[in-house]
Every structure is written in C-alpha cells, then in structure tokens.
Design a protein around this ligand. Sequence first.
Ligand code: DI6
Ligand code: FE
Length: 408
Amino acid sequence: MTQVLWDILWTNVHLATFQEGKGPYGAIRDGALAVHQGKIVWMGRQSDAPRGPVQKCKDIRDGKGGWLLPGFIDCHTHLVFAGDRADEFEWRLQGKSYEEIAAKGGGIVSTVLKTRAAGEDELFDASLPRLRAMMVEGVSTVEIKSGYGLSTECELKMLRVARALQEHTGVRVATTFLGAHAVPPEYAGRSSDYIDTVCKEMLPAAAAEGLVDAVDGFCENLAFTPDEIARVFEAAKNLGLPVKLHADQLSDSGGGALAGRYGALSADHLEYASQNSVEALAAAGSVAVLLPGAYYFLRQKRAPPIAALRRAGAPMAVASDCNPGSAPFTSLLLMLNMACTLFGLTPEEALTGVTRQAARALGLSQRKGTLEIGKDADLNLWRIDHPRQLCYGVWDATPAWASIREGG
Ligand code: DI6
Ligand code: FE
C-alpha cells in the first residue's frame, strides 16, 4: 500500500509501533513515517524511505529525535457524570467500606440522583474538563459508559453527551450502555424487574438512536447476579451489540467466566477472578482490562491475578475507570505508573495496554492501537528518550509535545 504521494512525512523520530511480535515496544529507531489521507502509508528506517515520494512530499516535519507512539486509548471510563463524592471519600477514610456506603443509599445511586437532575448542557460542561485533562496526556480515543441515569431518559442523555464530546473535541468516543450498573431507588428490592426494563426498554431505545457501541454490566454482590447479567447479554446479542463486563472487582462472582462464555470484548477489574475465569477469558480472547486507580483508591488488598493472566496468554489493557466513586482520576500516565508499581506490569505491558490491547477491548483494532500501514495516522510525538519514561513519570512532555490527528 506504498503511495506515491505523501501528505506528511515525519523524519528524525523513533517509532514505538506496538505491533505484535516486533520486539520490545515494536520499536524502530531512527525511523520515518508517512501519512496520506489520514492513514499511515509508509514507515520504517528513515534511511530506507523511498526517494520518489520523499522528494515530492511538501510537508516534511522534523521530530527532533522524539518518539512517535499511537494515540492513547482509555478503554474504560465513566467520565460523564454530575457532582462528586468527596463526602464518601472522607467516610471511607473513617472506616466505612464502599459496600456499606452503597447499601445505605450512597455510592452509585447518589451520583445517579445528581446526574438525573443535571440538564444535558450542564452534564456536558461538567464532563468536558475531564476529557480535556485526558487529551493533554495524549488520549485520542476514550470509552464512555452510561450507568448514572438508570432510566431510559437519563441513560440516553448521558450517551448523547458522550457523542457530543466527540463532536466537540475530535477525540474518538466509544459509547457503552451500562444500564445494569445499579438498581435505581424506584426499583429497590426488585432487581429482576429492573433488568426486564433494561432489556426491553432502555437498551433497545438507546440502540435505536445509534448511541450504543457496546453493552456492559456490573456483576457483583452489591449489583447484579451472573444470571441477571446473562439476560442483558442476551438482549445485546439480539441487537448485534458486543458485550463487556465489570467482573470480580470486590468478590469472585464468576463474572470473568460469564464474560468469557459470551465472547466479551473485555472483562474489567478482575481483582478476585478465579483460575476458571482467567482461563475462560483467555480462551475467548477477551481482554482483561486492569484498573489500578480503583484498586488504589478503594485501598483494596488483593491485586488481579497478573501472573495467571500472563500464563494463560490473556491480553491485558490498562484504563483509568474515571468515575466519582472509586477512581476520580483522569491521568492515564498515572495509571501506567500504578499498573507497574501496584500490579507488577512491565512498562512495555502497561503501554501495550493503553494502545494495542485497549483498541482490541473496544473492537477498534482495525484502525487504532498500533502504528501500522493502513491504520489511522493517530499519533503522539513525545519528547522522551525511551518509551519506558511514560510509565516512570513525564514532566517535560505535557501536553504531549505535538499531537497529530490526521485520521478520523
Ligand atoms: N465499578 C467501579 O469501580 C465503578 N463502577 C463499577 O461498576 C464505580 C462507580 C461508582 O462508584 O460511582
Ligand atoms: Fe468501571
């Protein structure tokens, strides 16, 4: 697919391509990369660049020895919400658990009440700064979940705001319907009836408006059982939508195994995942999405079974889980650091987790996640000496030195 015409040629750069099987970071030192009509059309060692197209290219850019990486992908966020939960943070520091607070009507439901009360514009204005903070650190694709509406009207409002954020910022937004996040107050004690409404009314309405790229659920003691989630997954399947799952975050509820059984794009959290779940995920090719920010913020004691995931060959992604209750964070760079220090990922694994594997967790591998001929020219140029520095700490490259979004 070498084109004769190149719109842009990046020279004097190192490439961290994150292509599978291409050595550490998929690195190409002293590289060059050519872009045509928003796609990568050539990349390799600069000395190997074909003369004809180089001579005809009118926009040759000097990367000054920096590193080009794929735009980062935050593949698990709840960044559209109203208000905050700093009060609960204080209560937890005094010894109350996340589960206790949720059981007393706090937790997710308290954010639901605030999100329901917010108008669409207000919700957009509250969410935009969080997305902007992510963009500053090189995020060019973000997944955004509903799940703080828990009514047809408010779930659709959240998803419309998520779509509007893409329109406004140019960041690619993947929307996920998370109606099965918690039982809303008007259905207290009737979770099965609520799941009926999710399957028969809420999800079909959201899908009909084209607002749903994937369907998620919260499988946990304080949320929904595997049987209830299975009903949501069946409804998703009938609509031809892919699924993903909040699984085994606070207890082993068999969520990982359920996700594997449905061929989920991903199973997320997984602190309490059993060997059975790990194997089911690996067999299905589902991505294990690790969320070290939530683990840290809830001061959990048990880390996800990283060694078992590695042994099973399960792909691992890293994301922020940005939400007001368990992970009030927008920094994917901080998550990279936490994935290494708290979960023991190597810097290469962590970075692969916000590029190639994160794209896979969103079903976007055809276009995103690696530097590869034919993929979107969705790039960040970082002023670093080595990609590992992005996991260690970055203080002279924020905002990403130059962000190039030639692709859609
Ligand atoms: N797990 C989480 O960590 C978030 N949602 C979920 O299912 C927490 C959401 C919240 O506490 O508001
Ligand atoms: Fe989450």
